[in-house]
Ligand binder design. Structure first.
Ligand code: CA
Length: 230
């Protein structure tokens, strides 16, 4: 299984080779560039993460970092020999996501790479259903139906997210009240029906014959969208 494509931009061959060996052992696909010019050429290759040395023979790491940031949010792990605080802050200020100071242990770099990928992937994680017909982004609280943004109230969004995160699972009205209010509240459960009705109006092609949120008579509701593969 491919874990991700990584570009190492580093002119010190020994460092580049040792990092490549460690990352490949972990299942990553690694490309290397020993100059900034080569790096910029390679950058079109759709990498998941860049390990970037700050001091390169031709173009400085800062400049590469800025040019990467101009058109992508690919995570950048900066390698730096400069250890004083100001340079670190500057490194992060120009768009690097993390940095390690030389000399470092390759194991440490691998751990940072994994953490960075985990962080960025989690932030991008979207719930997508029925071949992209319905897309829900928990991090931005955005919903799209057939490509168009849908405006849900925060309560409607919480209900939809709760259902969609566990397709097929039946939720009672009281459980759904609990996800909104954080506690059970008798008498409030019927208003769930009103929220569900509103959500259906917004995300279903035919709210009278819903494909996403089905009523389980006498119990509650369940989400029945088909999860899209990544
Ligand atoms: Ca260097």
């Amino acid at each position: 299984m491919e874990k991700g494509k990584i570009l190492i931009v580093e002119d010190e061959r020994q460092i580049s080779e040792i990092l490549t060996a460690y990352l490949e052992k972990e299942g990553f696909t690694v490309s290397t560039a020993d100059t900034g010019r080569k790096a910029i050429k390679l950058l079109k290759g759709g990498f998941d993460l860049i390990i970037l040395d700050l001091m390169l023979p031709d173009i400085q790491g800062e400049e590469i970092c800025e040019s990467v940031r101009n058109d992508s949010d690919i995570p950048i792990l900066m390698l730096t020999a400069k250890s004083d605080e100001e340079d670190r802050i500057r490194g992060l200020g120009m768009g690097a996501d993390d940095y390690v100071v030389k000399p470092f242990s390759p194991r440490e770099v691998v751990a940072r790479v994994k953490a960075l990928l985990r962080r960025t992937r989690k932030g991008r994680e979207e719930l997508s259903f029925n071949k992209g017909d319905l897309v829900i982004s928990p991090s931005t609280m955005e919903t799209r139906k057939a490509g168009d943004a849908v405006t849900l109230t925060p309560t409607e969004f919480r209900i939809l997210q709760t259902l969609a995160e566990r397709p097929g699972q039946v939720f009672t009205r009281l459980q759904l009240v609990n996800t909104i209010l954080g506690y059970d509240f008798e008498g409030y459960d019927r208003t769930i029906d009103a929220h569900i009705k509103n959500i259906r109006q917004k995300i279903e092609d035919n709210p009278r014959s819903p494909v996403y949120i089905k009523t389980v008579y006498g119990v509650g509701y369940k989400f029945t969208g088909q999860v899209d593969a990544d």
